[in-house]
Design a protein around this ligand. Sequence first.
Ligand code: ADP
Ligand code: MG
Length: 678
Amino acid sequence: ESVMAGENYEDAMDAKQKSQDLAEKTALEELQEVRRSLPIYTYRDQLLKAVEEHQVLVIVGDTGSGKTTQIPQYLHEAGYTKRGKVGCTQPRRVAAMSVAARVAQEMGVKLGHDVGYSIRFEDCTSDKTVLKYMTDGMLLRELLGEPDLASYSVVIVDEAHERTLSTDILFGLVKDIARFRPDLKLLISSATMDAEKFSDYFDTAPIFSFPGRRYPVEINYTSAPEADYMDAAIVTILTIHVREPLGDILVFFTGQEEIETAEEILKHRIRGLGTKIRELIICPIYANLPSELQAKIFEPTPEGARKVVLATNIAETSLTIDGIKYVVDPGFSKMKSYNPRTGMESLLITPISKASATQRAGRAGRTSPGKCYRLYTAFNYNNDLEENTVPEVQRTNLASVVLALKSLGIHDLINFDFMDPPPAEALVKSLELLFALGALNKLGELTKAGRRMAEFPLDPMLSKMIVVSDKYKCSDEIISIAAMLSIGGSIFYRPKDKQVHADNARMNFHTGNVGDHIALLKVYSSWKETNFSTQWCYENYIQVRSMKRARDIRDQLEGLLERVEIDISSNLNELDSVRKSIVAGFFPHTAKLQKNGSYRTVKHPQTVHIHPNSGLSQVLPRWVVYHELVLTSKEYMRQVTELKPEWLIELAPHYYQLKDVEDAASKKMPKGAGKAAM
Ligand code: ADP
Ligand code: MG
C-alpha cells in the first residue's frame, strides 16, 4: 500500500516537474525572443567579426540597446569562454548584480554558476563562472592578485562614459596588459558619442557604433527657477499621473534619503486624492536597496496602473527600465568634490551636466515617444550647466588608487597614462597622505604597513586604522567598527509615529558620551550577544539588513586579518586603545571646538559642525576626529569621536607639529610630545 502510494506520489511529482519544466522552457523561449528584439541583435555577427579582427574595440550604442546584457552572451556563444572568462565591468554595484541576474535568467542558469557577479564584500561566482559581471573597482583589486588577467579571454570595460576613478585607472592598466597579451580581447563600451576620445587613447582602436531605437522626447522646462525641487518633483509626478495617458514615470533624485522622503510624501498625497484615480506603484532604486527589492522595478506594470520609479543616477545609463514614458529631472546629483589644496573631500549635491540631462531625457523615448520635465529653466540649461561631467579622477582623493598602483609596482605616477590626468597637486597630496599614514617611505616605496594596508578593499585611512589595531591589541573591536562604517546604508531607523522611542533607543548606545565609533561598536557587540537576533533589532530600531551586511563585511575583514598575519585581539577595557587606533588612521580628519560651538579643522582650517545625528552633537568635546564630511545646509562631520590632542603628535608626527595642537586652555602638554614632533 504505502509503496503504491509512494509511487503515485512520485508520478504526481514527476508530472508536476514536467509541467514546471515546460513552463520554464516557454519562459526561456520568450526571453530569447526578447533578446532577438533588442537593437544590438541585428549587429550580432558584424560585432563578433569585428572582435575577431581587432584586439581592442570601442563599442558605442544607445542606452538600453543591449550592450551590457548581450555582448558577453554573444562572446560566450562564439566560444570565447573556452579560453577564459569574459569579464564585464560596471561602475555601480547594483548594475553588476541586476544585470548578472538578468543574464543568468536569459541563459537559464543559476546566478553564481555560469554567470556571476563580484562586488566589494560580495562574491557571487564559482569555479564554473564564465561570464563575470563586476564593479570596476573589483577588477582593479583582482589585478593585484593576477596582474596579467590570465584567467580572462575578454575584458569589457562597460559604461566607459561614466569615467569613474576605477574605470580611468583600469584604462591605463588594461591598455598595457593588451600590449603583452595579444590573445586578450579588450572592449570599451560606451553610451555616448565621445568614442573618438576612447579610440585615440587606445592607439586609434576601431569604433563599432550601431544605432539604437529612439523616439522623440518632448522637453519641458519650468518658466521660473524652482525654490524646492522636491516639492516641484512631487507636484509634477502627480500632475502627470492625473492628466497624462498611461506610461511609467522615472524621477531622478540624488540619494537614498531624498528617495525615501519622496516616497513618503507621495504615499501621503495619493491617499489624499481619494479612490477615483488609478493606482500609482512606487518603486525606489538606489545603491543600498536590498536585492530582492531591486528586482521589483523590472516587474511589468499591471494593466491600468502606472509605475513611478524614484531613482538615483543609477537609472541614467546603468539600468534600463522598460515602459518609461515620462522623465522628471530636477537637475541634480550627489557628487564627490575634492579640494586638492587642502586634501578635503566632501559629498555635495551639484547641478548635472548637459550630457547627463540629455541621457536622462532619452530614458523617456525608448519604447515610444515620451516627455521629459526638467525642473529648471531653459536659460539655466543653456547657460549654467557644464557640457560634460568632470571625470572623477579630477575631483577625488587619489590615495586609494595610488596605494593600489604602488602595490602593482607602478611607481612613476606622474607619467601614468591617464586619459585625463588628475591635478598634479592631488597626486602629491595623496602621496603625502600615504607617507603620513606610514604606507610609503621617504622614497615613495611601499612599506610593510603599506603592503598590509593594500590588502584591504577599504580607504587607506580605514585600512591604517585596522593595521594599527594590532599594536593596540584591539583588532577585534576595530574590525567591527570598520565594518559598521562600511555598510553604506543607515543603521538606525526612525518611524514617524515612534520618533521618541527610536531616539531613546539610539541614545542608549551613546551612554557615557563614548562617541559615535564606540557607539557603533556597542550596537554590533550587543547584537552579537543576542546571537544576531532580528527581534533585538526591531526592539532597538535598528535596520536588520544593515546589521547583516556589517556581519558579512566583518567576516571578510577577519579573513583578511589572517592574511596579513594580524591576530584577533580584544581590549574592551581600554577604550583609549580603540580611540588611538581610530586616530592613527583618521588623523587628517580632526577638528577643534570654537567659542561659538562650531569647529575648525586642524590642518587646513575650515568651519565644520557635528552632525545632529551624532551622539556628541550636544556634548561638543574640545577635540574630535571624524569619519567623513557631508555638505548639506552646513559642512557636517559624520561619525565623531573625542580625542586627546597629544595623540596627534604621538600618532602622526609627520603630519602634526606642536603648534597645530597647542591649546590655549590646556597648558599641560605631555613631555614627550615636543620631542616626537622634531
Ligand atoms: P545597454 O547596456 O545597451 O544599456 P542593457 O543590456 O542593459 O542595455 O539592456 C537591454 C535590455 O535588457 C533592456 O530592455 C532592459 O530593460 C533589459 N534588462 C536589463 N536588466 C534587466 C533586469 N534585471 N530585469 C529585466 N530586464 C532587464
Ligand atoms: Mg549597459
